[in-house]
Design a binder for this molecule. Structure first.
Ligand code: TXA
Ligand code: MG
Length: 336
């Protein structure tokens, strides 16, 4: 397939391709998404094919005004309305009962649907001009780190999609918070920039799925299919390390003979004797979130076998980073 590269003002071209059943990678404030008309089954299936995504892993439907939620849900409960008023447009995805318009392939057969109203001008214009809700999973090959730069999308999907639109770097850097509102107490299935604390302030008690920070046990019930798959992984092995700069760098330096590298905080750099990539200042999780996926991709260029990723919990946004890193590391986490 010949992939067309569009610039940020070519939103009419992108919308026309989508209207004709094509698939187009578009920027959002979180990560780039691979978009298709949510009601066009063959277009949706082409997304799964292009990404190599398992067909039971459902997609998020993206809208460009709150009222369009009724195109895909059968209920819009009060708590969801309050959250939409407070956080939309923005990086919050809500899971609600679906209506009969949503094709089976979008939800992988589930009777709920995930909905998000992104806060990115290009994304919103493209949804608006397409005239339909758009499904958009992250625009990466399944299992790889999510794309936060145009070049990441080009590397993964060139020749596999109809078009990619260059919207520059994504501001948030980790995907939206996913919140299920199917039960009395809403539950966070994927942490993001919008935290548990901020959500609780609007609607009261919120639970956090235990699977946010651990691997599912054999036979454990998984409410979000995405939780069971390998995720966010570069070619290089990743191991998470928690501890002071001193202990971290001592540990990593001691692994020097084993061809190791560091995915570190800026403050660690003076102590390190191995190749490194810094993903931000220690006390700035927002900066780390923005750089995380790019740094994971860059770790393959260090030419090392294992990269030791420094992680510290600084505030609630750290949960979003921890959730991605621990999956990239296949749940290997050492405290030093
Ligand atoms: O920020 C984002 O959310 C980005 C941008 C492009 O909008 N999109 C994104 O999509 O991260 P994706 O497909 O990479 O991740 C969607 C996650 C998956 O873990 C999926 O299993 C879960 O949401 N999900 C989707 N629909 C669901 C449903 N009905 N019930 C439970 N989990 C669902
Ligand atoms: Mg994804």
């Amino acid at each position: 397939m010949n992939t067309l590269y569009l610039n940020k003002i070519q939103t009419d071209e992108a919308a026309n391709i989508l209207k004709n059943g094509g698939i187009v990678a578009i920027p959002t404030e979180t990560v780039y998404g691979l978009a298709a008309n949510a009601f066009n089954e063959s277009a949706v299936k082409n997304i799964f094919k292009a990404k190599g995504r398992p067909s039971d892993n459902p997609l998020i439907v993206h809208i460009s005004k709150i009222n369009d939620i009724f195109k895909v849900v059968s209920e819009f409960p009060e708590k969801a309305q309050k959250l939409a008023e407070k956080f939309w447009p923005g990086p919050l995805t809500m899971i609600l009962p679906k209506n009969e318009n949503v094709p089976y392939c979008v939800t992988g057969g589930m009777n709920s649907v995930a909905v998000r109203f992104p806060n990115h001008e290009i994304a919103r214009m493209i949804i608006e001009k397409s005239g339909v809700p758009l499904v958009a999973p992250s625009a990466n090959i399944s299992g790889r780190p999510s794309p936060t730069k145009f070049e990441h999308v080009v590397n993964d999907l060139s020749g596999k999609v109809d078009a990619v639109i260059d919207g520059g770097d994504c501001k948030v850097g980790v995907e939206s918070t996913v919140l299920s509102l199917l039960n009395e107490t809403p539950i966070i299935l994927r942490p993001g920039l919008i935290t548990n604390e901020e959500i609780s302030k609007v609607i009261g008690k919120v639970e956090i799925s235990p699977l946010v920070l651990k691997a599912p046990e054999k036979g454990e019930k998984i409410i979000s299919p995405g939780m069971k798959y390998k995720h966010y992984s570069p070619e290089t092995e990743v191991v998470m390390i928690s501890g002071s700069s001193e202990n971290y760098s001592q540990y990593v330096n001691s692994k020097d003979s084993e061809n190791s590298g560091a995915l570190c905080f800026e403050e660690d750099i003076p102590f390190l004797k191995v190749p490194y990539i810094s993903y931000g200042k220690r006390n700035c999780p927002e900066e780390q979130a923005k750089n995380l996926f790019d740094s994971l991709r860059k770790s393959d260029k260090l030419n090392v076998d294992t990269v030791y990723a420094h992680f510290e919990s600084e505030n609630e946004v750290s949960a979003a980073i921890c959730n991605r890193l621990i999956r990239a590391a296949g749940f290997k986490w050492i405290k030093v």
